[in-house]
Design a protein around this ligand. Structure first.
Ligand SMILES: *Cc1c(COP(=O)(O)O)cnc(C)c1O
Length: 389
């Protein structure tokens, strides 16, 4: 289906109808598959014949999800995982060994930092955090044993935008791979492979589901030894996506483009309104001309995305007042839902790091993050205006 546009691929790719000719994608809830005879079983186990064996590593519903996401990202191969975190773990296990080094963007997802600093470090894999968006700081952080550059763009919660093409070049020069966590933009707004990324990682839990129902993840890349190693890790270690979750995600992807565009449009409108509000000190949103990397964001993304962060005048007390005065917006740390969510990063997602580390990361006491959903922007403004005073 390579000639089709992304909207079409989102609803038409990855379909393999059963003997019943169902129109909607079938859900195969089965842990194993039966063989015609002993010889067929032997052939499948030895990879001499294609076919499903056991749902830890082969299931038709999971395969359909993998094919659809691969079509959207423009990747040859996709391995689905139980969650975004297991996708990141699988990537590390497939590409690194003891003694290797990672260079990671600052401001990545908290559990990713934990995974690198407490789990991978036990096996002799060290991580350096590139301080800032300038490609030169990444080049300076590279060591002879750097094998992986890991990037989230835009970052959370300050929406810093990183130059994927420039970092792909730095990775190539250093003999390392560039992995992009494309959770915030999804292929609907940003396609990292076109900019030179080697691997794309997803927390499907967020916008791919888009309705806050299931956990899931994926690693994508070119067919070859790296993706074979990702699959081999999944097959052996087992952080597999359940067929049920794969089916929910498959259907979620069908509306991805229109959701991302609508939520992005809402975020831009809300960002503009916040920027003009006298009680707001600063707004972080890549779609606004005031964003430091606005030009870069507009080059590598179709739009600014659905996450808007802003600093309320008056520090923690004022920020908490905004949170506590909402009647509709959900007070939760999750994002990527059709329901708008609000978070105070300094006391939740970034609450357990030291005050100095928080200050260095730019997470001030007045900062709030809003993940814009599909409600009307007027209702969102009214809900926030109450606490802004
Ligand atoms: C949520 C998230 C993850 C982790 O995904 P889970 O599905 O919760 O394991 C990784 N990266 C980013 C950017 C996220 O927002």
């Amino acid at each position: 289906m390579q000639d089709y546009d992304i909207e079409t691929l989102a609803v038409r790719s990855g379909i393999h109808r059963s003997q019943f000719n169902e129109h909607s994608e079938a859900l195969y809830l089965t842990s194993s598959f039966v063989f015609e005879n002993a010889a067929q079983a032997a052939d499948r186990f030895c990879n001499n014949a294609p076919g499903n064996i056991y749902s830890r590593f082969t299931n038709p519903t999971v395969t359909a999800f993998q094919e659809r996401l691969a079509a959207l990202e423009g990747a040859q191969a996709c391995v689905a995982t139980a969650s975004g975190m297991s996708a990141i773990l699988a990537t590390a296990m497939a590409t690194l060994k003891g003694g290797d080094h990672i260079v990671c963007s600052s401001g990545v997802f908290g559990a990713t930092v934990q995974l690198f600093s407490t789990v991978l470090s036990k096996f002799g894999i060290e991580t350096a955090y590139a301080d800032g968006t300038q490609p030169s700081t990444w080049r300076a952080a590279m060591k002879p044993n750097t094998r992986l550059l890991f990037l989230e763009t835009p970052s959370n919660p300050l929406t810093e935008v990183f130059d994927i093409s420039a970092l792909a070049q730095i990775a190539r020069d250093g003999g390392a791979l560039l992995a992009v966590d494309n959770c915030f933009c999804t292929p609907a707004l940003q396609r990292p492979f076109e900019l030179g990324a080697d691997l794309v990682i997803h927390s499907a839990t967020k916008y791919l589901d888009g309705q806050g129902r299931v956990l899931g993840g994926a690693v994508l890349g070119a067919s070859g030894p790296v993706m074979d190693a990702v699959f081999s890790f999944l097959r052996t270690a087992g952080p597999s996506l359940s067929p049920f979750n794969a089916w929910v995600l498959l259907k979620g992807i069908e509306t991805l483009r229109i959701r991302m565009e609508a939520q992005s449009r809402g975020a831009l409108e809300l960002g503009q309104w916040l920027e003009s509000h006298p009680r707001v000190e600063r707004v972080y949103y890549p779609g606004l001309a005031s964003h430091p990397q606005h030009a870069l964001a507009m080059r590598q993304q179709r739009s600014g995305g659905a996450i808007v962060s802003f600093v309320v005048k008056g520090g923690r007390e004022a920020a908490w007042r905004v949170v506590d005065s909402t009647r509709m917006i959900s007070i939760t740390a999750n994002l990527g839902d059709t329901k708008t969510t609000i978070t105070h990063p300094a006391t939740t997602t970034h609450g357990r790091i030291s005050a100095e580390a928080r200050a260095r990361a730019g997470i001030t006491e007045g900062l709030l993050r809003v993940a814009v959903g599909l409600e009307s922007v007027r209702d969102l403004q009214n809900d926030l205006a109450r606490g802004l005073g």
